[in-house]
Design a binder for this molecule. Structure first.
Ligand code: ADP
Length: 490
């Protein structure tokens, strides 16, 4: 028997690795619950039964049939375990909403599913039912943790439910995604008309799922302390800065961890050569393998800059094409893996065509190549305009690939700039630039390249990064302390 009765947490998410991933939220949804369970927190994850989820879960079995959910027909709740970690999953089986080809949020043509409001109101509603005393399950959570707008209505449903319910946390992974829908949906989605007000779910004449979560949740978290500060102001509050500033005492930033089983250069099965801080020979071999694979000049001494990213305005990679022609006059190579805005995809493909020995652009999503770039590159480039937490800058440090990052959000909280003082005191792990402009990026790349030429100093920066603790245990301990604080004050 554990010494303390364990805290029970229902963790609601629209995506989870390895079943379905469109971004970092999927990784968090798999790793944080697994880490929390090691601290005796009884976390169960609620998610929609998309085809890929249903296909992958061979062990699923019916747990309950939910009545009164506000949709037609039966809503079944299945129980299964996440492959790998065995984290308990609760899967909503409602084929009309979730059993369709395409992405979880968009169709084959890249358009939002027209019924996204209904699809994610159902996710939110089921979360609220399971979090209330009306739940048909014998397991009753103490805390319901909602993640991003897709489960933002849960705190509102629980607030208006006459049945007593769990405490709620709204966790923001990215303020840019807010789930706004026509105001006319407020009542059809089962919210009282009175909730449609500035002190409620209303947001500039529309219904916002995220605003609902931020307004009604007992507590708000986001994925880094710096981002928690930034979203209380324009522009990163994306219109909700007033509410967030008002609730600053209920707002906590906790940096995500990374999965050290998946992202460890000493054991990574996706790498041709494993290596560690004590012996970087394997890193050099990975660089050669990457250069060979992508048709670049095979030269160990040319600094290789790696990029793995969604190609969107947020990620700031539109700053690179303007400076690349000048940069490529130096002995430098650039490898880009990503997909997104077609204009950016084209500029990188064009750059690769015009500099085939120096630039490789791979458009698409490729897990294995992403590991090989982290290992084979010398420097990682992440000039995000904003970055709530970010993962690749942490992977980079673990892989001995110092990152160049813009001074924003989780990038500031996880990278230590290679200033002369930080180099001298042994803390420097990367390069930070203040202004997200071509000039700012260009200067920072040249600063990094200068230090790269000083190999003994470079080795120290690599080794500082490789020794950092980015494990989920550190984050899990902070979440556990927060859960205890919330339950004490409830
Ligand atoms: P975001 O969630 O905003 O996209 P994060 O850095 O938090 O950014 O997480 C992105 C995750 O997706 C990382 O694990 C990154 O390696 C991965 N990723 C992004 N684009 C690709 C790609 N084209 N191929 C493989 N992995 C990718």
């Amino acid at each position: 028997m554990p010494l303390n009765p364990s805290i029970k947490v229902l963790f609601i998410t629209p995506e989870i690795t390895p079943l379905l991933k469109t971004g970092g939220l999927a990784d968090v949804s798999a790793a944080l619950p697994a880490a929390l369970r090691e601290y005796n927190v009884d976390v169960r994850v609620l998610l929609p039964g998309y085809p890929r989820v249903m296909d992958c879960l061979k062990d699923k079995r019916l747990l309950a049939i939910l009545a009164d959910v506000g949709v037609h027909g039966e809503v079944k709740l299945l129980q299964a375990k996440l492959p790998g970690s065995g984290v308990p999953l609760l899967v909503i089986d409602y084929p009309l909403f979730y059993e369709r080809d395409g992405g979880p949020y968009i169709d084959h043509n890249g358009h939002d599913w027209v019924d996204n409001a209904q699809r994610f109101a159902l996710l939110s509603k089921v979360g609220a039912i399971l979090g209330s005393s009306k739940s048909p399950l014998t397991w009753h959570p103490d805390i319901v943790q909602c993640n991003d707008w897709q489960s933002g209505l849960t705190p509102a449903y629980l607030h208006f439910s006459p049945a007593p319910g769990a405490a709620t946390i709204m966790t923001i992974h990215n303020m840019a995604f807010q789930g706004t829908f026509p105001a006319s949906l407020t009542t059809p989605l089962g919210l009282p008309a009175s909730s449609y007000s500035i002190n409620g779910v209303e947001y500039y004449g529309q219904l916002s799922f995220l605003k609902a979560g931020l307004f009604y949740a007992n507590h708000i978290t986001t994925v880094s302390p710096t981002y928690a500060e930034e979203i209380q102001e324009e522009p990163l509050g994306f219109g909700m800065q007033g509410l967030l500033a008002h609730r600053y005492l209920d707002l906590t930033g906790i940096v995500n961890g990374i999965d050290r089983h998946e992202w460890n250069p000493a054991t990574d099965k996706l790498l041709p050569h494993n290596y560690s801080a004590g012996d970087l020979a394997g890193k050099a071999a990975n660089k050669r393998a990457l250069q060979h694979k992508l048709g670049l000049t095979e030269d160990p001494d040319i600094p290789l800059l790696g990029i793995i990213s969604r190609l969107t305005h947020q990620k700031g990679l539109d700053l690179l094409p303007a400076i690349a022609p000048f940069l490529l006059e130096y002995p430098v190579q650039i490898v880009i893996l990503g997909s997104g805005e077609s204009g950016l995809e084209e500029s990188f493909l064009h750059l690769a065509q015009s500099h085939p020995d120096q630039v490789a652009a791979v458009i698409g999503f490729n897990e294995a190549l992403s590991h090989q770039i982290e290992a084979g590159a010398d420097i990682f480039l992440m000039p995000s305009r904003f970055e709530p937490c970010g993962l690749n800058q942490m992977y980079s440090q673990c892989y001995g690939t110092p990152p160049i990052v813009h001074a924003t959000g989780g990038l500031v909280d996880t990278v230590v700039d290679a200033t002369p003082e930080n180099i001298a005191n042994g803390t420097a792990t990367g390069f930070i630039f203040t202004h997200a402009t071509t000039h700012g990026l260009n200067e920072c790349i040249h600063r990094a390249l200068d230090i790269y030429r000083d190999q003994p100093t470079w080795r120290k920066i690599q080794s500082n990064g490789m020794r950092r603790d980015f494990s989920w245990n550190r984050s899990a301990e902070e979440y556990l302390a927060l859960y205890e604080m919330i339950l004490k004050s409830a």
